[in-house]
Design a protein around this ligand. Structure first.
Ligand SMILES: C[S@@+](CC[C@H](N)C(=O)[O-])C[C@H]1O[C@@H](n2cnc3c(N)ncnc32)[C@H](O)[C@@H]1O
Length: 299
């Protein structure tokens, strides 16, 4: 994994842990209960894999079967987990999208003329990257290889999938030395659209690897990020999350999963899911996440 990526993930983790947790208890209770159920339902004779294991804030490691491996790109994640839970599980430190190094290299080439080392002006660099991005195809080959080798019976994805786009954007912004979006853009911004398309490909490939793994899947992710202070209600489950959110007029909702539907990409009917839940997580003032938890058991 490249230095800028591991540095970025380490910084993001610090920022995540440094946030005010006062209003997180409802979320932490639900996410730990859900992931804990997945760990307890796992066949203890087979390996278990926890993706986005992070600092273990959301993961009840005490319930993990003996052959459980954590996976997180943050180089400090296992240490944080050891300090929190008093265990030192096997760990993989690698990019789960398999595509962030290529993305970063492409952003570097867009910003800098490789022959002269001179920086291009921002608008030229933006246009170049927007034009080149569709040629990238993120491939979670390390994840597929690990699954092939260890044949896990259960895989948990602990709030990582919704981070793929955010991390990709921050990585590119680091190269650009500032925000990606064009503040003067009227209508669609080709670079923002190209980044969203890259995120969609990364999520699709990631879910493809999980689908093909044959493992039971316990997935938690941000389904939406809602900005604004107005009232927000959550109605009964609807396949389309936008219909489940009520009273959100005047609020702005972003979709970290690039408009994709997780059960569809897993090739699963919603009725076949062992669990499907959504709840609201007040992450920060005027920022609430709609969290989605889905369990798919093959037996
Ligand atoms: C919101 S945090 C999840 C917190 C974690 N579940 C816990 O219990 O502390 C997202 C985690 O995903 C990791 N992450 C984000 N993008 C990643 C990627 N492309 N590859 C590997 N890990 C990634 C981050 O390092 C971070 O630990």
């Amino acid at each position: 994994m490249s230095k800028p990526l591991s540095r970025l993930l380490r910084q993001e983790q610090f920022a995540f842990l440094a946030r005010n947790h006062t209003d997180w208890s409802g979320h932490l209770q639900r996410v730990r209960a859900f992931l804990g159920e997945g760990l307890q339902a796992a066949d203890p004779s087979r390996p278990v894999l926890i993706l986005g294991a992070g600092a273990g804030l959301e993961v009840p490691w005490a319930l993990a079967p003996p052959r459980t491996t954590g996976w997180d790109g943050d180089p400090w994640s296992r240490t944080w987990t050891a300090l929190r839970h008093g265990c030192w599980p096997p760990w993989v430190f690698a990019d789960l999208t398999g595509g962030l190094s290529d993305l970063e290299a492409m952003a570097r080439r867009a910003v800098m003329e490789p022959w002269s080392g001179r920086r291009r002006d921002r608008e030229t660099a933006r246009k170049r990257l927007a034009g080149l991005l569709p040629s990238l195809q993120p491939d979670p080959e390390p994840l597929r290889a690990w699954i092939e080798r260890h044949r896990p019976g259960t895989i948990l994805a602990a709030n990582v999938m919704g981070q793929f786009g955010v991390v990709a954007q921050r990585l590119v912004e680091t190269r650009f030395g500032g925000p990606l979006g064009d503040p003067d853009a009227e209508g669609a911004d080709p670079l923002v659209e190209a980044m969203e398309a890259w995120t969609g490909l990364a999520i699709t490939a990631f879910l493809g690897a999980l689908r093909d793994s044959g493992a039971d899947l316990w997935l938690v992710h941000d389904r939406a990020v809602v900005f604004g202070a107005g009232p927000l209600d959550l109605g009964p489950w609807e396949q389309d999350w936008t219909r489940q959110l009520g009273g959100c007029s005047g609020l702005e909702a972003g979709d970290p999963l690039a408009g994709l539907d997780v059960p569809t990409l897993l090739g699963v009917e919603t009725e076949a899911l062992a669990r499907k839940e959504r709840w609201l997580w007040p992450v920060a003032p005027e920022q609430r996440h709609l969290v989605e938890a889905l369990a798919f058991c093959r037996r």
